[in-house]
Write a protein that binds this ligand. Structure first.
Ligand code: CP3
Length: 346
């Protein structure tokens, strides 16, 4: 199908706040362990290796589209893929997440952070080029980690709940902090540009853990770097989605950083979020992933509430408030897609 078809897709139109025949749906982490076909194809292949194989990336990205009839595909990859491709020694440990061999904690560590040559992520461009014809008109979302969330992994050395070392560096050595985030913004922008050039229809910038910051710290230490990434894509012609967890207090600032669509977690009703992000931005979200384990009538009531609250926004893309939990029953996700389409049909 032609590019025109993708540009006119319900998903892309909703991102632009245009009127649509139904609310589009996709799920963060829709490709993953909730699907038996994913567990089977991934068995024996480490995560980073799977991300480097265009044939596997293509198949895994298509699996949830086939099964759930979602309105968009999301590229199977990870936020640390561009760091690994640039030469950072890291691994993705099952059940843990990214683990960094030599955490960055000083100016020397920042100086040693390699840049990302587009050739180093050619495997991603190749996967996108395989996917576009295979998706037959379903839009493909590319993504990257935002400077703060990437920096938190690089500084802490792995996942953290308190971000002590990250915040200590940010406040204790602001020059080192800003130098690190400037380098990460360059890597992220280069990575997203590769995906856009290869043909993705939208991009999502994941600042998953930014909610750990006060608004003042976000504006001072993080926003300029995320804004550099998002403004670097202003001419790319694709919607830019910006997402974090626990960010009710940051929604206006994260929107101002340059997003067309603000991702919202389950803690903030979409009508409240829509008022916070301003009149020209769409919202994405925000079913609590834990609700997927409740009886169906509970899920149905929540979906109806969210679709109704999303009507006041300048465009609504239905999603969860965070990723699909690995032990979700995939049949529930399929039912949610169908229900959103039904209750939002105009
Ligand atoms: O949404 C999708 O379907 C696309 C795939 C996707 C993955 N990672 C695949 C993945 C996306 C969008 C990401 C982004 C990502 N990775 C984020 C931002 C999104 C978010 O959840 O807030 C973050 C913080 C990471 C870092 C990371 N990578 C974590 C926390 C984990 C989970 C660790 C675990 O095993 O529970 C990973 C690994 C990872 N990334 C998996 C998948 C499918 C699990 C690996 C496996 O199946 O073995």
């Amino acid at each position: 199908m032609s590019d025109t078809t993708v540009e006119q897709s319900v998903f892309v139109r909703a991102c632009h706040g245009e009127s649509v025949p139904h609310v589009p749906v996709w799920f963060m982490r829709q490709a993953g362990r909730s699907l038996p076909e994913y567990r089977s194809i991934r068995s024996g292949t480490p995560m980073l290796e799977a991300c480097r194989r265009p044939d596997l990336v293509c198949e895994i990205t298509l699996q949830p589209v086939r099964r759930h009839s979602v309105d968009a595909a999301v590229l199977f990859s990870d936020i640390v893929v561009p760091l690994a491709a640039a030469g950072v020694d890291l691994d993705i440990k099952p059940g843990v997440g990214p683990v960094i061999a030599n955490p960055i904690r000083d100016a020397a560590g920042v100086a040693a952070l390699p840049s990302l040559e587009p050739d180093a992520v050619e495997f991603v461009a190749e996967a996108v080029r395989l996917l576009i014809p295979a998706l037959a008109g379903t839009p493909l979302i590319g993504f990257a980690g935002a400077p703060f969330t990437l920096a938190s992994y690089l500084i802490e050395g792995g996942p953290s709940r308190t971000y002590e070392r990250t915040k200590a560096l940010m406040h204790g050595a602001p020059d080192v902090w800003h130098a690190l985030c400037s380098r990460l913004a360059e890597i992220t922008l280069a990575f997203l540009r590769v995906q856009v050039s290869a043909g993705v229809s939208a991009v999502q910038l994941f600042d998953s853990w930014a909610g750990a910051l006060s608004e003042a710290d976000y504006r001072r230490f993080v926003m300029p770097h995320s804004a550099a990434v998002l403004s670097g894509l202003a001419d790319a012609g694709v919607p830019r989605i910006h997402f974090g967890v626990g960010t009710a207090h940051l929604l206006p600032a994260m929107a101002e950083a340059g997003a067309d669509v603000m991702g919202v977690d389950w803690r903030t009703p979409l009508d409240t979020a829509a008022a916070l992000v301003g009149p020209d931005r769409a919202v994405q979200g925000n079913l609590d992933p834990a609700i997927l384990f409740a009886p169906w009538p509970v899920i149905e009531a929540e979906v109806r509430r969210i679709v109704s609250e999303g009507r006041s926004a300048h465009g609504h893309v239905f999603n969860l408030g965070h990723g699909v939990p690995p032990d979700t029953d995939p049949e529930v996700l399929t039912r949610v897609v169908k229900l959103v389409h039904e209750v939002s049909a105009v």
